[in-house]
Design a binder for this molecule. Sequence first.
Ligand SMILES: Cc1cc2nc3c(=O)[nH]c(=O)nc-3n(C[C@H](O)[C@H](O)[C@H](O)COP(=O)(O)OP(=O)(O)OC[C@H]3O[C@@H](n4cnc5c(N)ncnc54)[C@H](O)[C@@H]3O)c2cc1C
Length: 385
Amino acid sequence: MNSKNYDVAIIGLGAMGSASAYHLARRGLRVIGFDRHSPPHDQGSSHGETRIIREAYAEGVAYVKIVQRAYELWAELEEESGRDLYLQTGGMMFGSDGSDMIAGAETSAVTHNLTFEKLSMDEVRHRYKIFNPDVDMTAIFDPRSGILYPESCVEAHLELAKRHGAELLFGQPAVSWDSNSDSVTVRTENGAYTAQFLILAAGSWLPQLLNGLEVPLQVERQVLMWYEPTANQELFRPENCPIFIWDTGPGIHFYGFPDLGTGVKVARMHFGDTATPENLRRDADADDDAPVRSFLEHFMPDVPGKLLSSQVCMFTNTPDEHFLIDLHPEYGNVVIASPCSGHGFKFASAMGEILADLATTGKSNFDISMFGLDRFDNINEQEIS
Ligand SMILES: Cc1cc2nc3c(=O)[nH]c(=O)nc-3n(C[C@H](O)[C@H](O)[C@H](O)COP(=O)(O)OP(=O)(O)OC[C@H]3O[C@@H](n4cnc5c(N)ncnc54)[C@H](O)[C@@H]3O)c2cc1C
């Protein structure tokens, strides 16, 4: 048993765990963190060069205040770490007028009085030669949208957490934990560590660490593709090309990024097989390329040239695709943190603050009730995988 007693232990030091370690250590708390790999790494959910951040949030008005806090904290992190973490490109969202993407983004923008533009397809074509929307589509331009560099974000949080005194153990999976009302003990192959509070931020490995609690989390394979444009290469550079999201039919979403020198990155959202971190197929093939290429041929015809590279990553999904953040129902000193369902990265800086608040005061300044476990109460046990 490690004789030192910590204030907070964190299992998983990816996007959410690294941010939590930073916020807690910055407040002077004694923090111990564990990761099975050496983050940033390419085995979980936080790799692949870029992540979208956007403010006019289509998934719900409740996310806007959290993402606004996240923008502030990313800027502070840039300042404190001296790194470039965010690139503002603006964002184009395409879809039919009543689609989830367009109606949702517009509702969030109007509710929170955000600056945005609603563009006709003629205006889109005039402004951006690279997009070829259908005539009956609508577009929303969100000027604060842009790119986060996930590996640098994780590295910055970890580096500064250490500088503020956190002890971070890499290559050391937590094999078990238990809790009583006074403390929590985390065990690795190298020892046991005691803390007052535990944050479970193990991403796609989280279901294995819930000590018997059944939660309807599902891990999904997600493939990222980088293409060499066949024409108008300079129009895909970030100064000319915003991030883009296309809602081409109910539940069919494609998204992508300008060319940062590695090609135009594009992916189809929620199209992958159910997986586990252990059985995930980590290479991409023609079946992954085909639907993305066919979408591009129609809507962004200058993009689908040579496939330059691909990467495979994991989503950890809830049934309603909202985050899961709640105290473990049996242990008031353990918080379960799964802000994913494929859209969590942009919030990581704010999630670190929220999780640090939960660990120290038991509550958050944000209304996080919609991320609670009780919404799964009526889900049939057979749906839990
Ligand atoms: C391909 C892809 C594209 C995405 N695009 C976007 C986007 O554009 N915008 C956006 O906002 N979000 C996006 N997301 C979602 C976002 O990336 C995730 O919500 C976020 O990365 C989740 O972070 P996490 O900390 O939960 O998981 P991770 O960053 O994977 O961290 C979990 C960590 O836990 C560690 N771990 C696991 N088990 C143990 C154990 N037993 N002991 C110790 N450590 C352990 C792992 O090694 C890992 O480092 C995307 C996700 C993917 C996969």
